[in-house]
Structure formats: C-alpha cells, structure tokens
Design a protein around this ligand. Structure first.
Ligand SMILES: N[C@@H](CCC(=O)N[C@@H](CS)C(=O)NCC(=O)O)C(=O)O
Length: 270
C-alpha cells in the first residue's frame, strides 16, 4: 500500500484540450458528497467554457488504501474525509473542505453571472436554508441508513428502520417544496441552483440506502430533470464509476467490499 496519494487525472471534459494547466485540484471519490463538486465544476465549465480558471484535475482517493487519512491529505482536510478542493488560482493556494462549503466557494469565485446562484438576498437565504437542511439532515441521515442497511456487521432492524424512516421523512420535506407550484420545481429562487446540486447526489443514491422515492412524484420529476443535464452526467462520472449493480448478488458483493474498509476504519478509531 502506497504512502502517497494517487496521481491526479484530467476529467474527460479536459482530456483532449492541449496545454491545459489545472489550477483547481479536486480530491474526491465516487460517493454522494464526492459527486457534488464534480457536478458543479462540470456545470461551471459548460456555462463558462472559455474560463481557464475552471480547468480542474482529480485525485481519485481510494478508501481501501485509507488515502483520506494520509498526512498529505490531512494537510488539506484535517477531518480526513472527501471531498476537498485546493484552489491554486489564489496566490499561495486555498484549501476548501466540506462538500457544501466547496460548492459555495466555487459559486462565489467563478459563477460571475449567478447562473447557479442568486442576485436577490431572499433567494440566497432560501438556498442557504436548503443547503444547511441537506448538509445537516439528508447527508448524515442517509449516510447512516447506508451504514446500517449495507455495511454494519450485524443487521440491527431498529437502526435500519430509524435512519431509513428519517431519510424518507426528509424526502417528504423536499417533496412539499418541489410540489408547491410557487417553487417552479426547484428548491430555491425558481431555478436549478447549487441548492439542488447539494442534495441531488444523495437522493439519486436512494436505492443504496433502501429508501423509496415512489411516494414522492415531484421529487422523482426533479431527479429526472437533473439526471438529464449533460454536465450532471459528466460530473457523476468523475471519478469514473462502475456500472450500477445488475442484481441483488452484485449489490451484496459491492457492499461486502466496502464493508471491509469501513469496519477496518471503525476498528482503527477505537
Ligand atoms: N460533511 C462532510 C462529510 C464527508 C464524508 O463523510 N465523506 C465520506 C464519503 S461520502 C468519507 O470521506 N468517508 C471516508 C471515511 O469516513 O473515512 C461533507 O459534506 O463533505
């Protein structure tokens, strides 16, 4: 096992461009939190195709190698979790960590025309409410649903039900918002924004947590609309992801592989 991090790779969007020098460096993995910044980076690149500042490369960290706990990475994110971003467009470099914080940094610095953000204070405030709601609610609760449903060494029905029910309740809050005709089908300001990007990869991964979206038609419509965006398709494949499991056996095999490193991490923290 190497003590250094994997070498960075250029995402598809920049692979064929000559002489690019990435100044944004994304440290990530194929998880819901890990996909948020790659989706926004792809959206920003599509919206501002001439901007050289938006060229980024990707350090695809391997949890099975505990890359996220290596000293080199802990200098960037002291919490030892992905995602993190180093912005070398700023003199001396600037480190950003926590997925929602990365989205807000990228918006503040590079979304000059507020294509994914807002001019009006009320819209910004609404977007922040939905961002905090997802960051403190949907992410942690669905993360725990994943853990108890997929990875825990014992099946604890109480834990599974508690976190699945809570995730489902949070989805019902999203549903109420998205089904309100005044919302235009988006979380804030009547348009697709960082507020949507911040929670989308979690809801998109609902099957892994064993949570249904069928009771929530407006949420399903929202999922479909976001999944149809070309930049989202690209962002979901940074770093490149394997095809979804085809059947229950494949699902269990994936969970088993992840269970090994997750439980190793739990043991080491004791
Ligand atoms: N609140 C953090 C959560 C980050 C997080 O939990 N990342 C997970 C992947 S989604 C991770 O790095 N897990 C590896 C570990 O726990 O060692 C954020 O939104 O960035």
């Amino acid at each position: 096992m190497s003590s250094t991090l994997p070498a960075p790779i250029l995402p598809e969007s920049f692979a064929s461009v000559e002489g690019v020098k990435p100044l944004l460096h994304l440290y990530t993995a194929g998880t819901p939190n890990g996909r948020k910044p790659s989706i926004l980076l792809e959206e920003l690149h599509a919206a501002y195709p001439e901007s050289k500042e938006l060229v980024y490369d990707v350090y695809s960290l391997k949890f099975s190698d505990n890359d996220q706990k290596k000293p080199e990475f802990l200098k960037i994110n002291p919490n030892g979790r992905i995602p993190a971003l180093v912005d070398d467009n700023v003199a001396g470099g600037h480190n950003v960590w926590e997925s929602a914080s990365i989205l807000l940094w990228l918006t503040e610095k590079y979304d000059k025309e507020n294509k994914f953000w807002f001019d009006k204070a009320e819209d910004k405030s609404d977007a922040l409410s939905w961002i905090f709601f997802a960051h403190g609610g949907v992410g942690p609760m669905q993360g725990q649903a994943n853990h108890f449903f997929r990875y825990a060494p014992e099946k604890i029905p109480y834990g599974i039900k508690r976190y699945q029910d809570e995730t489902s309740r949070l989805y019902s809050v999203l549903e109420d918002r998205l089904s309100d005709p005044k919302s235009g089908g988006w979380l804030a300001g009547g348009k697709y924004s960082v507020a949507d990007i911040n929670v989308f990869p979690w809801v998109n991964g609902h099957t892994w947590a064993g949570v249904e979206t069928t009771p929530f038609p407006a949420l399903e419509k929202w999922l479909e609309a976001i999944n149809a965006r070309p930049a989202v398709k690209k962002g979901l494949n940074v770093p490149p992801s394997p095809a979804p499991p085809k059947n229950k056996e494949e699902e269990e095999k994936r969970a088993e592989e992840a269970r090994a490193w997750i439980m190793k991490g739990v043991e080491e923290k004791k």
